[in-house]
Design a protein around this ligand. Structure first.
Ligand code: GLN
Length: 302
């Protein structure tokens, strides 16, 4: 078996996933997993199975009953085409159009950062506070995953989501109507550069801003580098540009005793905490993710 991520194929080298006569779901899925593995896709087996579920509606559990059944030949071309795209490093989420986040299925496209499981830590931290009826400002909202989850799980929250990309905001709006229709009249979307165009004060500011240092972007996995929006990744020379601007404007947009929660890269805890301290924030705390890495910084306004 090839080690994970070992081979890096260039575009021309990917061969189509060949058709065989009369194959069971199980055999087809195993063959698809080997195909993706050959092209160095991490979690090849999982991706082959999820694409099978997407195309044929046969999930891994129904394999027990249907695994030996002949796979529907009419759907082979679609499955084969998606496998080929996945082998070419198109993220699975762009093929299925969804990413689950906090138990909710968010629609995604190339216009928004695919929600990451790491970001659930931020949402869970905020939800530990009693945020019912609170007002929340989500900067760089992207798919809206942070704000919509908060509004879905806490009652009566009033939310404002800000993003510089109109296309991203359209996606966020679509996600809100699908996942939290009852909160639409408490939700505003603003197309702006951070606080520009944001009036008033909030109880919470939350953000997962772009935080990758510009010169590291070319080293990212192809799926991320070539398919997540660059503007959702690039945090400037040292990756901290957005934190500086968000923290600088935070006190003006927070109510007394308001709180700020920021997702950070694993090596940015100290720097972001220092920026918050310099801006006069108190109760500064760095929260780790399940891998033991720094993931969120939270702080209070005096
Ligand atoms: N808030 C969105 C997320 O966490 C988008 C973040 C971004 O575009 N940097 O997925």
């Amino acid at each position: 078996m090839m080690p994970k991520g070992f081979r890096k194929m260039s575009e021309g080298e990917v061969k189509p996933f060949a058709s065989l006569k009369a194959e069971s779901y199980r055999a087809l899925c195993n063959r698809a997993a080997l195909y993706l593995e050959e092209y160095g896709i991490d979690d090849a087996g999982i991706d082959a199975a999820l694409l099978m579920e997407y195309v044929y509606g046969v999930d891994r559990r129904s394999f027990l009953l249907r695994g030996e059944e002949e796979a529907d030949p009419d759907k082979f071309d679609e499955y084969s085409c998606l496998l080929y795209k996945r082998a070419r490093r198109i993220p699975l989420q762009h093929l299925t159009g969804v990413q689950n986040f906090m138990g909710l299925d968010f629609e995604v496209s190339e216009d928004v950062l695919i929600p990451r499981q790491d970001t659930e830590i931020l949402v869970e931290e905020v939800l530990k506070d009693n945020i019912s009826s609170a007002s929340v400002l989500d900067l760089c909202t992207g798919s809206g995953c942070i704000l919509i989850s908060l509004m879905h799980y806490a009652s009566s929250v009033r939310g404002t989501g800000v993003d510089l990309s109109e296309a991203a905001l359209r996606m966020a709006e679509k996600n809100a109507s699908a996942l939290c229709p009852e909160c639409e009249d408490r939700l505003i979307w603003i197309c702006a550069d951070l606080y520009e165009g944001v009036d008033g004060k909030y109880d919470y500011i939350v953000s997962n801003p772009p935080y990758i240092a510009s010169d590291v972007i070319s080293d990212l996995m192809e799926e991320v580098r070539d398919h997540d929006p660059l503007m959702a990744l690039d945090g400037g020379k040292d990756g901290l540009d957005f934190y500086r601007r968000i923290i600088e404007g935070a006190a003006r947009h927070l109510n007394p005793e308001g709180k700020i929660y920021l997702e950070i890269g694993f090596d940015q805890g100290e720097s972001v905490a220092a920026l918050l301290e310099k801006a006069g924030f108190t109760d500064i705390c760095v929260v780790k993710d399940y891998n033991g890495l720094d993931r969120v910084v939270k702080a209070s306004c005096v």
